[in-house]
Design a protein around this ligand. Sequence first.
Ligand SMILES: [Fe+2]
Ligand SMILES: [Fe+2]
Length: 330
Amino acid sequence: MEATITLGPGYALPEEEQIAATYQHLLRRLSHQSVVKHFDAYADIDWDADEYRIDPEDPRWELDEDDVLGATAWYRAQAQATRARLGLHLVATKMKTGVQFENALQRGLLEFAFTRPNGSPEFRYVYHEVIEEGQHSLMFQEFVNRTGFDVPGLGFWDRLGARRVVAAARRFPALFFIFVLGGEDPIDHVQRTVLRSGHPIHPLLRRIMQIHVTEEARHLCFARHYLRAEVPRLRAAARASLALQAPLVLGPMAQLMMRPSRQVVRTYGIPDEVIAEAYTSNPRHRQDMLAALGKLRDLCREVGIVTPWSVPLWRVAGIWQEERDGDRGR
Ligand SMILES: [Fe+2]
Ligand SMILES: [Fe+2]
């Protein structure tokens, strides 16, 4: 979703002003789209429809062999009902994690909006985004409630959300938007992959994911363009700080979001060696993680916050990959 500014023949803005004008124009377009295409968690989902009923033993919750845990002999050896319950439990945990992530995100966006001047198109767009995240959280939480699983989510969001993320949104918004993309980009990647996979998906889950990817496309677009417009204007020390903190934030986030929670591991007694086989020492899982963070890694390169000295940090965090097709890394 790129915005362009046409000013007529013979008239061109200097590059920096052009970037700023394009960014302002984009914000107005995104805000307009939020008005004409948005969803309500209760008006747009018929929760009590027969086909949306959740049966924890429905085979459509089972993990298939494309899933790293679903591919293990241990998982395949479980009874059908257990396989289905475990699959639904994982979905419920992810939704709860989504609610927690969006809670920190909304608080951060409100902090950011607080610092915007009168007339700022960022102020308006960010409020649209806060409202949309509110609808997403209502829909995720309603889903969790209907599964019957009392999932705790992750303490991680609570600690990180309260202390660092919300504070960064006001004092260092570029870092905040790296965090935002660290949560939104992998979730979006996973949801799009599932929707495209052609595997049978429970219709309620499909509806929720379709709504989510539609609205997240705007959020991702905004965060990416914010970073493109803002990072080049930062002082060298602030850019170095971003280069240092990006892999430190993104590594743990990716690990946490793509692995089963402790509650799931305990409830089904998943042995350590199965966790190692599926996640810790599974090249396919590593590949999935790299793919989920691919766009964000490319963006960090593009805006100049991947430096020769920060690459080892990305490697240690397990999220480094040499540049993809046609990209030029640093
Ligand atoms: Fe969302
Ligand atoms: Fe979002």
